[in-house]
Ligand binder design. Structure first.
Ligand code: SF4
Ligand code: SF4
Length: 360
């Protein structure tokens, strides 16, 4: 008798292989299911980061956390999915129902990789052990500062020491669990004017807490304050600091990457193309790179609305109403599969870092 987790792993591997072939042949209608599904578990948060969506007075009813009962219909049909991102634009551990949701997904789909992104403030030893005990997780902790003062400035709370303690503890525990668990541990930093001078120190911070990888992100303009806090006007400084951070990552033997949604502000773009806005297109000097997102992933919001990726925002259906399989082969998905890698991709794709070959 093959254990359920091993049997599920085989089916997932077969689905991945089929998906790979369907991607190579650019099929529009897929037999394979998406290898990656993001399921939002709620949007509430205990921080107030300067670059986040507006969370001040008057926005109270806008953010909500799902109960297990509300979440369950979203998690139908994941049997062949390899990775589920169990979070979405809020702090997952702040949701009082997250424990029940986590237990539900890991019991229903044994062995599925759980990916989550947290701000680390509530990532205590109980949660650290729970994730490592489960055995197949990837965790990103969004810290955005390498010092207490900058952390408070960016996040609105004086919790840097608590986050650092939690991450050091997680780094230590991973050592204990190394033989019996698969886990990836990343820390990330959204670069803005106030923290750009800390980039190399942030690499040291990540290495000190035992992370595998440090990820720098460019600022997405999500609220009216963003233009004022952006580091876009200091291109030369950003370039120098990023080069320093890369050097430090080599010294500390830690992975480093940047994922940069807006070419105008982006370090790799500036390195390659100068500080102007790089827009890909048939007549543009920037070569178009292939994008495989329409063959790989689905993002599902708390109300069941499915979108193709965070940069297009293209709504592809609603899984509460029609289920994952129907959404996955909806007209919108098929239309994107048809044109995304053509010489004239959709407008939103033409300035996307994936098409511009800038994400790493
Ligand atoms: S931790 Fe994330 S969700 Fe929370 S305020 Fe900061 S950016 Fe927003
Ligand atoms: S190119 Fe970018 S915006 Fe277009 S589908 Fe791919 S990831 Fe989304």
């Amino acid at each position: 008798m093959i254990p359920a987790a091993d049997r599920a792993a085989r089916y997932r591997a077969m689905n991945c292989e089929l998906n790979r072939l369907e991607t190579i042949f650019m099929k529009e209608r897929l037999v394979s299911m998406p290898p990656l599904v993001q399921l939002s578990t709620g949007t509430c948060c205990n921080l107030r980061c300067v670059f986040c969506t507006e969370r001040g007075a008057g926005t109270e009813g806008f953010y909500r956390d799902l109960t297990l009962e509300e979440f369950m219909p979203l998690a139908e049909g994941l049997d062949l999915v390899s990775t589920v991102q169990l979070w979405g634009w809020g702090e997952p551990f702040f949701n009082p129902h997250y424990e029940a949701i986590f237990a539900y997904v890991t019991e229903r789909y044994p062995g599925i990789e759980i990916n989550l992104s947290t701000n680390g403030t509530l990532f205590d030893e109980t949660w650290q052990r729970r994730l490592l005990d489960y055995g197949n997780t990837s965790v990103n902790v969004s810290v955005n500062a390498a010092s207490r003062s900058i952390y408070e400035l960016v996040s609105g709370r004086d919790l840097f020491d608590r986050v650092a303690d939690n991450l050091r503890s997680f780094g230590r525990l991973r050592g204990e669990f190394r033989e019996k668990t698969r886990s990836r541990f990343t820390v990330s930093c959204v670069v803005i004017d106030d923290n750009v001078h800390e980039m190399a120190d942030f690499v040291d911070f990540a290495a000190d807490v035992g992370a595998d990888h440090v990820q720098f992100m460019d600022l997405m303009h999500l609220n009216v304050r963003c233009p004022a806090i952006s580091a876009a006007g200091r291109g030369e400084t950003v370039r120098e600091r990023f080069a320093e951070a890369r050097q430090r990552a080599t010294t500390r033997q830690i992975g480093i990457g940047s994922f940069l949604p807006y070419a105008a502000n982006d370090y790799l773009a500036m390195e390659r193309y100068g500080s102007g806005i790089a827009i890909a297109g048939p007549d543009a000097p920037v070569p178009l790179q292939p994008c495989y997102e329409p063959w790989r992933s689905v993002m599902i919001g708390t109300d069941g609305t499915a979108t193709l990726c965070c940069r297009t925002g293209a709504v592809t259906g609603n899984v509460r109403q029609s289920g994952l399989e129907a959404v996955w082969n909806s007209d919108v998905y098929r239309a994107f599969r048809e044109v995304v890698n053509s010489p004239s991709p959709p407008e939103a794709c033409r300035s996307c870092p994936v098409k511009l070959g800038m994400s790493c």
